[in-house]
Design a binder for this molecule. Structure first.
Ligand code: URA
Length: 199
């Protein structure tokens, strides 16, 4: 498994598929964490003050610090953390921008390859963008992390959560955010020995 991930990482590091991202990224930021992992967290793209500098998703910036604090508080540690897109997208003024649909599409094969290697029981989508893209055929399902409706895809449960940036912007209270992580912890405990197809 380690070897498979190393091979995948090497191919990602050489990726030059998105011309705009090749120009603005400092580095490619593959997913990082346990293999296999109980939960895979999927964000949007590495931030310019975080993964783009450190090479590790959700590290070094405010979103990363908040996410990792929530995981520690909820004792969720068997995790792999990645993004829809592995390069930091910037606008013409050098600020973070959302990745374009084409960029997300180009990076999809990297995400699918990570999922195949990491084999998470739960894929936690951080934000509506990840929810819509990973939910696939079920993408019309409402994004509601407070009353999560769980989606299934082959071998994994898709679980909606707010993006830490949403909390940092003040759109959602941190005391609620920790409750969401504790709920995910309870969900993981309750579903531990359950056949996912029976859920
Ligand atoms: N850092 C990441 O790695 N992803 C995000 O979506 C935001 C910050």
């Amino acid at each position: 498994m380690e070897q498979a991930l190393q091979t995948l990482r090497a191919s990602m590091l050489e990726c030059r598929e998105c011309a705009a991202l090749v120009k603005c990224r400092s580095r490619v930021v593959p997913g990082d964490g346990e293999i296999p992992a109980e939960v895979m967290f999927v964000g949007i793209a590495p931030g310019r003050f975080g993964g783009d500098l450190t090479g590790v998703p959700f590290s070094g910036d405010r979103s990363g610090i908040l996410l990792r604090r929530m995981l520690a508080r909820a004792h969720i540690d068997d995790v792999f953390i990645t993004n829809l897109v592995r390069c930091n997208p910037r606008d013409e003024r050098g600020r973070n921008r959302d990745p374009l649909a084409g960029e997300i599409g180009n990076c999809r094969r990297h995400l699918e390859a990570e999922i195949a290697i990491v084999k998470p029981r739960v894929i936690a989508c951080l934000g509506a963008m990840a929810w819509r893209h990973i939910g696939g055929v079920n993408s019309n399902a409402p994004f509601d992390p407070v009353h999560p409706s769980i989606q299934r895809r082959a071998g994994a449960i898709i679980y909606p959560m707010y993006h830490p940036g949403y909390v940092i912007r003040g759109a959602y209270a941190e005391r609620r955010y920790i409750r969401d992580f504790l709920r995910l912890r309870r969900y993981l405990d309750a579903s531990h020995n359950v056949d996912l197809n029976q859920l």
